[in-house]
Design a protein around this ligand. Structure first.
Ligand SMILES: [Zn+2]
Length: 162
């Protein structure tokens, strides 16, 4: 399963909510996403990145694979942090992105149970990044105009040199 890369219009699409109790394909979707994420040595992946418009994301920060259905940020810190961020859909390019330092995320697990995650540091960033994907938003959309231009130039150079 290939990861969709910029500038595919598919990455601009917003995903729709899933019903974990009634979606027989979810288990297979999550397995496919995990496989694609690990193959690309990523730490998070949204379903939209493999062309599936369902609100599902996976992440693994080195502890265990976690799959979230319908993840949403229900609270976020007013403190923001600016960190260089990469994306499997914009490979080879890091862009400085300002995000909330900590967030509270609610989601359903694959059985439909509600889960609540208090996250800071890298996990807070991964959650905000993947939920952005589910809304059709990329790091390039979050960057300043100057950073965006530089990133796209660099990205196009990388593609041409491949
Ligand atoms: Zn990404």
């Amino acid at each position: 399963m290939n990861i969709v890369s910029y500038p595919s219009p598919a990455l601009k699409e917003a995903a729709t909510e899933v019903d974990p109790k009634r979606d027989p394909d979810l288990k297979r979707l999550i397995a496919t996403m995990a496989k694609a994420m690990y193959a690309a040595q990523g730490i998070g992946l949204a379903a939209t990145q493999i062309g599936v418009l369902k609100r599902v994301m996976v992440y693994d920060l080195g502890e265990e694979l976690v799959a979230l259905c319908n993840p949403r940020i229900v609270a976020c810190s007013s403190e923001k942090v600016l960190v260089e961020e990469g994306c499997l859909s914009v490979p080879g390019v890091d862009v400085p992105i300002e995000r909330s330092a900590s967030v509270t995320c609610e989601a359903e697990d694959i059985s439909g149970n509600t889960i609540r995650i208090e996250a800071d540091e890298l996990l807070a960033r991964v959650l905000q990044h993947e939920i952005d994907h589910l809304d059709g938003v990329l790091i390039l959309d979050r960057a300043t105009l100057e950073d965006r231009k530089a990133a796209i130039r660099r990205y196009n150079e990388l593609i041409q040199s491949r």
